[in-house]
Design a protein around this ligand. Sequence first.
Ligand code: WTA
Length: 653
Amino acid sequence: MSETSLSALSSESRRFDPPAGLAAAANVTADAYKHAAEDRSGFWAEQAGRLTWERPWDTVLDWQPPFATWFGGGRLNVSVNCLDRHVEAGLGDRVAYHWVGEPQEDRRTITYAELLAEVSKAAHALTELGVEAGDRVCIYLPMIPEAAIAMLACARIGAAHSVVFGGFSAQALIDRITDADAKLVITSDGGYRRGAPSALKPAVDEAVAQCPSVQNVLVVRRTGQDVAWGAKDLWWHDLVDHQPSTHSPEAFDAEQPLFLLYTSGTTGKPKGILHTSGGYLTQVAWTHWAVFDLKPETDVYWCTADVGWVTGHSYTVYGPLANAATSVLYEGTPDAGGKDRWWSIVEEFKVSILYTAPTAIRTFMKWGDELPRGRDLSSLRVLGSVGEPINPEAWMWYREVIGGGRCPIVDTWWQTETGAMMIAPLPGVTSCKPGSAMGPLPGISVDVVDHDGHGVGETGGGYLTLDEPWPAMLRGIWNDEQRFRDTYWSKFAGRYFAGDGAKWDENHVLWLLGRVDDVMNISGHRISTTEVESALVSHPSVAEAAVVGAADDTTGQAIVAFVTLTAAATAQDVGEPLLKDLRDHVAKEIGPIAKPKQIVIAPELPKTRSGKIMRRLLVDIAERRELGDVTTLADPTVVSAINDTMGAAVDGR
Ligand code: WTA
């Protein structure tokens, strides 16, 4: 983030108090901060009491940095907490999901009783396929109810799921299946994208051919498109539908692995972030209830995140279901069937809590106020934001145009690794500044530190660290303890380093300043520069690649790649076809989401005398700012050569 935006942030003086009515009836009051600060583990034990345990825990927390055991000795079943106990409490007829397919008329309403029956059948089916507690199951599905059903069925039998975002490529799938040693893949023929069926199964077929660990592929029929059929393939409707609709689940240890979710790090290989059961569910359930002020009897909640990302895990599936909430689940893109599709969904289902990402908000700003203004959004009462810093301008637009000036906005900072929200206002308590996530939630402790790990005090900027363990914290990186220690716990001894910069302003209000490492944030999704660089270099025409994230009005950051070509490729007449080929190659290696927005063919990359690529400089070039210090640059003429070739770059995804 630039110097000017830093100073602009610290001058933000607007404040928005909680609406009086909401504050008066709020689930959580200011006392929670004091109470949690006095007895952090007591506070979390109280929140764990929101869940149903088959056996109570012996100890709340055993902390052997960097390894935590939360609620040790306790036993529970996550799916029972999300389903059975609500049905037993008489809530079987409550809607769990209003599912909205991408095609206009596609609807499915699923009550808690129905969801329990579906999950029970799927659990029997997994068992029939030989999936056991402790195994890993890969889920590669569009946003259809079976995605949540499959996740809960895994949880029910104690298997860990590894959901892979449907936009990832076969190669990404191979890497994730192989690392997790997954036994089963659950997928579909395809899903709908912008009005047309888009295939999913071919990527699975390609992956399974290279992944001997996979014994079966369970295929949901969604689009009805033709699919190739192999010996390991089974239709979901053939196997699951005839299973018994009741299932007696076993309780598992609080630390039973619940899921792996792969996320980008600063080196090429994605990391399998491991989450477990009791602590995770405690924190997602509590934060979902507290931060959205959820009233499960009356609210209709909609988290727009795909289940392929952590937000979809914690706040589309586990948090809302643990709280017996009614949610909307939407399959499509924001513009499918019209650019006011989201607002028509809010109107139709009377959505009262909306949780989405700044990149979407900025897109809607561009599309104009008329679309949301043409719909009745008066049901909304709380708005949430996640995934990247929300700029004050977008925050104000969200508040005024979507929230009608009456809804508090909760900007929530957290990560795949934290599992649940960490920094956020409480809607009935906090007087919010536009663009700020305000401060740590009750029970959470953060410390902004300087280079040497010293706290910066009440005001000032530095590195964001978490200096106390929290229940939903990652328990490790799958199969790689050393990387877990190195990545998160070695920069500042004994504390978790999140990779983000942060700053306390003059009112001791916290501002998140984005990543300080080589991880880009594209539309709220983390992609590492190295990952894209490796993909580019694996193309036969590329000699060297340097990838940076450049500021982008809509997506937060955009991927800009600088590449040098091999002598053979240089000798040929390159031009547009090669650029297209490179972008397609990245899409094939990682997924369309990682396609560079711009590729610059450069004669050379700017390097320091020690041979390190000067990324800062490339960011400046990509953003066309005045150049920073180039005195350490080995060959300063490289910069002007790159600037000259910027004209030859292609734009657009
Ligand atoms: C960024 C998404 C500012 C941050 C839940 C973090 C945010 C990364 C915010 C994690 C926010 C997420 N304000 N930045 N409210 N929320 N981030 O793992 O850089 O996909 O480290 O988890 O997103 O991304 P992840």
